[in-house]
Ligand binder design. Sequence first.
Ligand code: A3P
Length: 295
Amino acid sequence: STEDKRKLLHNKWFKDVKLANGLTQEHLEGFETFAVRDDDVFVASYPKTGSTWVRQIVSLLYCDADPEKDISTYKRFPFFERYDLRTQAPVYKTIEAAPSPRLIKTHLPYDLLPRDVRDGKGKVVYVTRNPHDTAVSFFHFSQGNTALLTWDTFDEFLNNFLGGKVSYGDFYRNVLGFWKHKDDANILFLKYEDMQKDLYKVVVSVADFLGKKFPEESLQRVLDHCRFSVMKNNPRVNYEPLARKGILDFSKSKFMRKGIVGDWKNYFSAQQRETADRLYRQRTLGTGLHFDFEP
Ligand code: A3P
């Protein structure tokens, strides 16, 4: 039955994520029945695909494109499926009581989003990135990260990434779940590589999608504050606070690491490339999904 299928999905995601958090089956039910409002905005993604970048764009659009009014991305975007060990409560319960408009970060796969979202309520900005660069970024992010599974070598990480056995599970499952719904009215599907190519165009498309109208100079301001060099030095988005708390180890890798397309070439051996390319072709075959692997 549909109910059994959903339970299986829950269990699979649970196993995949392997986060040392306090989520239970009851909380997963809570995701499903979470009451979505029309003006909710979810920024959804697989990890390391450009979520922080997109959240910064949305954040600026929600503070009148005025960087002075911007607040930390962690505060503005509570992480939906996280369990807050400090308050011993799942974050979504806190979001339930938050005033509108609610901006929400999630790494949940499409099928595990609240039922209301799947029924067309609220808005979802989804971002993805070519799997090779995602893998390299994820490997670095895992280094010294106390919240995730960690790996000694890139080869070990990549094998597990391609097998869908890293924290947050299978990349392709995540992206294809949203790709199927890319034309839904409440979903905007973005790619990291397109943001690199023409950030202005992406900012305009996000603003339009969210129904935000701004004069040209405000949009330019948003653009200026979303540049890699600016975000790298902005503690509201560069995760410095998490490094100070010892959750991330910036001596191993900064959150704002390189911010480019094609860094995978500096890490993949010929053999790894062949294996990863083959999987890419298999998994995207007949789906129409395509990625740029070069700048
Ligand atoms: P790299 O590790 O390849 O540098 P997420 O926010 O989903 O965790 O993704 C993090 C990746 O996005 C990192 O990639 C980070 O450097 C990159 N990134 C963040 N802000 C960016 C920006 N303004 N321009 C380009 N890349 C950015």
